[in-house]
Design a protein around this ligand. Structure first.
Ligand code: UT7
Length: 338
């Protein structure tokens, strides 16, 4: 009997647009009634990156994918599936994966959007892992990419949400591990609870409205922008992330002490500090990037992995945990032998 296939990450990469927007810029350039002190104290964010006019979500995705392909030593022609996580799509339809595929220049390859917000990258990773284990796919591109800056209410009215988010993309190449190879994706756990769907959402445009998806009143009333019950999201994030990481540890027979690094979703530095404290994990084992990039939603985890590799914090043989929580509510975790 042949051995079961195990998937692994061959390489990761990320790209953020060059324009840096500091907390001070939100006050000075956008006229938002906020302060560097408020944003840093509540969230840890110092700055984020915003695209300039003409740069799209799929453009960021292509740059991140090129870097991941380089890191993996894989040619774009070898890619046999594209999984694209985003909530800030280029257009209503078709999915951004199709625009991305055309720009990367690999027509014919299946291209699929996954809409699972902050947990989008982990949902894609789980699917990539399953597709590889069928034996039918050998080189899958997994992308998380967001252009939030065009979808936020960048005025004082929207300040509770607008100060949190940034633009950026991260990517990973996933394929089968060689026979006997140690490294690989050991476990992925996913969850959702739609009872909380409206705690963090964009209401309109939506086909549940009759007779049109969007009206001028909806625009005037800011119902086209993300709305969040921040405290509810915070409380659930702090509970769910340790819980689901525990599920992955239990499933693989590992303990918290075995974990070399945790690369969590980046929604709020305070959330990640509370998660580390709740788990009893030293903060030195938690890799955060929110200070520089803000919350880039589906891109936070592949950006974190790429930076951790670049900084020498994530090395071959290490056990790395990934964990995310966000809109849906959706949440998940992964354990990877790097
Ligand atoms: O990845 C997606 C998942 N998202 C998250 O996980 C986010 C979870 N939630 C959070 O991170 C926090 O709830 C926030 C950072 C969003 C907010 O922090 P908070 O400590 O819960 O603040 P708050 O919403 O209770 O607001 C406190 C005060 C309010 O003023 P009053 O009512 O006390 O006078 C707000 O009006 O801060 C005010 N405020 C601001 N002040 C300056 C809200 N936003 C801002 C702002 N600048 N940007």
């Amino acid at each position: 009997m042949s051995k079961p296939i195990r998937s692994k990450i061959f390489g990761v990469g990320y790209h953020v647009p060059p324009r840096v927007v500091t907390n001070e810029d939100l006050v000075k350039t956008y006229g938002i009634d906020t302060s560097d002190e408020w944003v840093q104290q509540r969230t840890g964010i110092k700055q984020r990156h915003f695209v300039d006019a003409g740069t799209t979500n799929s453009d960021l995705g292509v740059e991140a994918a090129k870097r991941a392909l380089d890191a993996a030593g894989v040619k774009k022609e070898e890619i046999d599936f594209i999984l694209y996580a985003t909530l800030s799509q280029d257009h209503e339809f078709p999915g951004t994966a199709c625009f991305f595929q055309a720009k990367l220049g690999i027509p014919g390859v299946p291209a699929m959007d996954v809409r699972n917000q902050c947990t989008g990258f982990l949902y894609c990773l789980s699917m990539a892992d399953a597709l590889v284990r069928t034996g039918n796919y050998k080189r899958i591109l997994v992308i998380g990419s967001e252009v939030h800056s065009h979808g936020l209410d960048l005025t004082t009215r929207g300040r509770d949400v607008a100060v949190l988010f940034g633009d950026g993309a991260g990517a990973a190449v996933v394929g089968p591990a060689a026979d006997g190879e140690e490294s690989g994706i050991l476990d992925v756990k996913l969850h959702a609870d739609g009872n909380f769907a409206k705690e963090l959402w964009i209401e309109s445009p939506g086909c549940s409205f009759h007779p049109t998806r969007m009206t001028h009143e909806m625009i005037d009333d800011a119902r086209i922008y993300p709305a969040m019950n921040g405290k509810t999201v915070f409380v659930h994030a702090v509970r769910r992330m340790p819980e689901v990481l525990g599920e992955s540890l239990k499933a693989t027979g590992k303990s918290l002490q075995d974990l070399d690094l945790l690369v969590p979703h980046q929604a709020n530095l305070r959330i990640n500090e509370a998660v580390a404290k709740g788990l009893g994990l030293p903060e030195s084992k938690v890799f955060n990037t929110i200070q520089r990039f803000g919350n880039t939603t589906a891109a936070t985890i592949p950006i974190g992995l790429s930076e951790a590799v670049a900084q020498g914090r994530l090395k071959p043989g290490m056990l790395v945990g990934l964990v995310a929580f966000g809109s849906g509510f959706t949440w998940g975790s992964a354990l990877i032998r790097w």
